[in-house]
Write a protein that binds this ligand. Structure first.
Ligand code: ATP
Ligand code: MG
Length: 494
């Protein structure tokens, strides 16, 4: 049994229902009604025929839901007798029986709105428009194609990435055209397999696509097959352009390498500076005491000559120490005008007495009156040192090293060419030599940082560097650096 309170709530709930709800007898007499009808007293309705009260009819309505319940014994849903097919919502009656034991005692009839097909379509249409706009304005390139490759969707971003206009893509492009060789086929295979994000899906796939100009564009691709039931009807791909990110990564890597190299140079510099310092005193002693011996003793000519040789060699050692100290001097990067010819001579001075250079003939063709270049002398030394060492290593200590300098006619730039008679650089290696950590030397013999550092230095100086193979034999490195503007080298220290 329900409590009085519960009954009260139930009644209130039925009255609060914003739609008409009535209970009718099998003869369509109204037995009860909720208070939905404005201006109509419920008592006025009771005992009256529902079709007469609501539709002014003598007979029950043609599509009466109650009548269907009477006939079939189960709840029924019927549209209201109004033409609402093009309305967003279709008004309906819903009716169900109320039982007293086995017997049907009465029927509840209520009305409500069911979304119509037209309404659903209208909603779908507006959803479609929204989806379309989302796709068109997506920040990734979005391309959909049918199974024959005909482009169905090509958004603005896709046009920006690939270089085709949207019209061009829709009218004459085939999805296969945006992939090199067999890539389209490979991607379809991956899409159909379970391996790359589930059947019909491909997640975060790195691929190079082809722009209209034929140039490869690195892309992070997410793609899917669109199914209708089991049938494949289209493919859709989201193309994220990786060019900017990769460029940033490359820049970061370059900076990292430069830092690494700078660190290496800094510790090498400290070591060399320490050794040089330690050598200075004994060298001073050698010079001093040799001179004393020469002055104090009456020496034979042969002995005099030998001691002169000691003096000369000691001087050479001192010069080397001085150069070494200068070479490794720890300074902050300081851009000043420098005589590049002098920098070359000093670098060669340090290198040419090393065993590696003993059988290398060095030819210098340094232009007179060469304008100074604006640069950091330590960096310029490192640049020259790395290229010259590479050349000597490539020639395995035997051959000819040629260093030329000269102004670039008509431009405020200076050209430095360093060439060797080594084996040259194989064509497949040439594009990689400036990459960090790229080396063809045995493990432990080279880090592969030399030329990447050189590249960084030349860039820092707003110049450019190019490597090529010489016509006969060997490699050549050509560097162009801008000359110092305005100042005429007062604080020049090169
Ligand atoms: N003059 C040259 N002739 C032929 N190959 C060269 C020459 N200069 C450079 N290379 C090639 O370029 C590669 C990269 O040079 P890089 O100076 O960057 O590294 P590395 O000399 O191998 O190592 P590291 O300089 O760290 O000792 C070398 O391993 C070599 O294959
Ligand atoms: Mg090297």
């Amino acid at each position: 049994m329900r409590s009085e309170k519960e009954m009260e709530y139930l009644l209130k709930a039925i009255d609060a229902f914003r739609r008409r709800m009535i209970v009718v007898s099998p003869q369509f007499e109204i037995l009860a009604a909720n208070c939905h009808l404005e201006g109509v007293e419920n008592s006025d309705l009771l005992g009256k025929l529902c079709h007469r009260v609501f539709y002014d009819r003598e007979e029950p309505c043609e599509n009466c839901a109650v009548e269907e319940v009477i006939q079939h014994g189960r709840p029924a849903l019927r549209p209201k007798p109004v033409d609402g097919s093009d309305l967003e919502k279709m008004p309906c009656f819903y009716a169900y029986p109320i039982h007293a034991g086995e017997e049907v005692e009465a029927f509840v009839s209520m009305d409500f709105d069911l979304p119509t097909r037209g309404g659903i379509e209208a909603k779908m249409q507006s959803t479609n428009v929204l989806l379309r706009n989302l796709i068109l304005s997506a920040i990734d390139g979005v391309i959909a194609a049918d199974m024959r490759g005909k482009i169905l969707i090509f958004n603005v971003m896709a046009a920006e990435i690939f270089g085709y206009t949207v019209e061009e893509a829709l009218n004459s492009l085939n999805i296969k055209d945006i992939y090199p060789d067999n890539t389209a086929h490979d991607i379809m295979q991956k899409l159909r397999s379970d391996d790359c994000g589930g059947r019909g899906k491909l997640r975060s796939y790195k691929v190079d696509v082809l722009g209209k100009n034929g140039k490869p564009i690195p892309i992070n691709l997410n793609a899917a097959i669109v199914y209708e039931g089991e049938r494949e009807v289209a493919t859709i791909g989201f193309f994220h352009d990786m060019r900017e990110i990769l460029q940033m990564k490359e820049k970061l890597e370059k900076t990292r390498v430069q830092l690494l190299q700078a660190e290496k140079m800094a510790s090498l510099g400290k070591l060399a500076a320490g050794v040089a310092h330690q050598l200075n005193n004994p060298l001073g002693g050698i010079t001093l005491f040799t001179k004393l011996v020469m002055e104090d003793y009456d020496l034979e000519e042969g002995a005099q000559e030998d001691l002169n040789r000691v003096l000369r060699d000691a001087k050479r050692c001192k010069d080397t120490v001085k150069e070494l100290l200068e070479f490794t001097r720890q300074t902050r990067h300081l851009m000043q005008p420098h005589d590049i010819n002098r920098a070359i001579t000093r670098t060669l001075f340090l290198l040419e007495n090393q065993t590696l250079f003993q059988n290398i003939q060095i030819e210098k063709k340094l232009a007179d009156d060469l304008p100074r270049v604006q640069g950091d002398i330590q960096q310029l030394y490192h640049m020259l040192m790395n290229i010259i060492l590479n050349a000597a290593q490539a020639m395995e200590g035997n051959g000819k090293l040629k260093i030329e300098t000269g102004p670039v006619p008509g431009l405020d730039r200076v050209l430095i060419t360093i060439s060797d008679t080594g084996p040259g650089i194989p064509a497949d290696i040439l594009p990689h030599i400036f990459d960090p950590f790229y080396t063809t030397k045995e493990e432990g013999k080279g880090t592969g940082l030399g030329l990447s550092l050189v590249y960084g230095i030349v860039e820092n100086h707003n110049g450019w560097i190019k490597a090529k193979n010489r016509k006969g034999r060997g490699a050549a490195f050509i560097i162009e650096l801008p000359i110092a503007q305005g100042i005429d080298g007062e604080n020049e220290s090169g």
